[in-house]
Design a binder for this molecule. Structure first.
Ligand code: TYD
Length: 233
């Protein structure tokens, strides 16, 4: 699953809380953040957020370069091990920031993401939505100020928020939109319920398939492995 949202929406806190919840429920988890999460990705993060101001095309390519590395080095192997992968930002962020925010063509950005991560699409995306002023207010009080907070104006961040909401409206089955003004406990409970229910559905589906397979081949039904894929190829 992926967590998305405008600045200061509390995604990173929720990523940590969800990991703890899932671990307590017996699931193995991997958590990632973007840009970053690999050696190359962390170098690119420095360039992107604290070093330079790349031209728009270079910006989009660099975010996707970091993402390609993260998908190959971390996400795909974790999925293959059957872990639940929780990504703090993924491809939708590029559409929202570089697309809706900075005005780059959405089609080109989608094509770029396909090139970077193939058909890796989250099976669930939580958008923690929040009024821009509120999110930026939280961030300006924090230590991790990036060029998106220092260089971009409120209008840019409004377009990003609108973009996220448009992406969510276009894919209601994948997206869960949550009101980020709620207390963290309430947000966590809402996401956890939705996520565990999705995992449960997938488990039952796999269980059914395993049983049908065992039935067809005439072998005894063994305990099926827990649902593995949390992102769809
Ligand atoms: P970060 O400090 O990690 O912020 P957050 O906690 O909000 O995720 O900085 C990431 C910044 O990079 C954030 O301003 C959003 C931006 N970003 C893009 O513009 N495009 C992208 O594809 C991604 C992944 C992030």
């Amino acid at each position: 699953m992926t967590l998305e949202g405008p600045e200061g929406s509390g995604k990173s806190t929720q990523a940590q809380r969800l990991t703890a919840r899932l671990a307590a429920a017996g699931y193995l988890c991997a958590v990632t953040r973007e840009p970053g999460g690999t050696r190359l990705g962390e170098e690119i993060r420095q360039i992107l957020l604290h070093g330079m101001s790349p031209v728009p095309a270079a910006d989009a390519l660099l975010f996707n370069a970091a993402r390609a590395q993260l998908a190959a080095e971390v996400i795909e192997p974790a999925l293959a091990r059957g872990e639940v992968v929780i990504c703090d930002r993924f491809s939708d962020s590029t559409l929202a920031y570089q697309g809706y925010g900075a005005g780059q063509a959405l089609d080109a950005l989608r094509e770029m993401a396909r090139f970077a991560v193939g058909g890796l699409v989250p099976d669930m995306t939580v958008l923690i939505d929040l009024p821009i002023e509120e999110g930026l207010g939280r961030k300006f009080n924090g230590p991790d100020i990036t060029r998106f907070e220092s260089n971009e104006d409120v209008a840019f961040h409004r377009r990003v928020r609108t973009g996220f909401l448009a992406l969510a409206a276009a894919e209601p089955d994948r997206f869960l939109v949550i009101d980020g003004r709620q207390p963290p406990d309430a947000i966590e409970a809402e996401i956890a319920e939705a996520l565990l229910s999705r995992i449960g559905q997938r488990d039952r589906l796999l269980l059914g398939e395993a049983e049908r397979g065992a039935h067809r081949s005439g072998t005894a039904s063994s305990e099926p492995e827990r649902a593995s894929l949390r992102m769809n190829k």
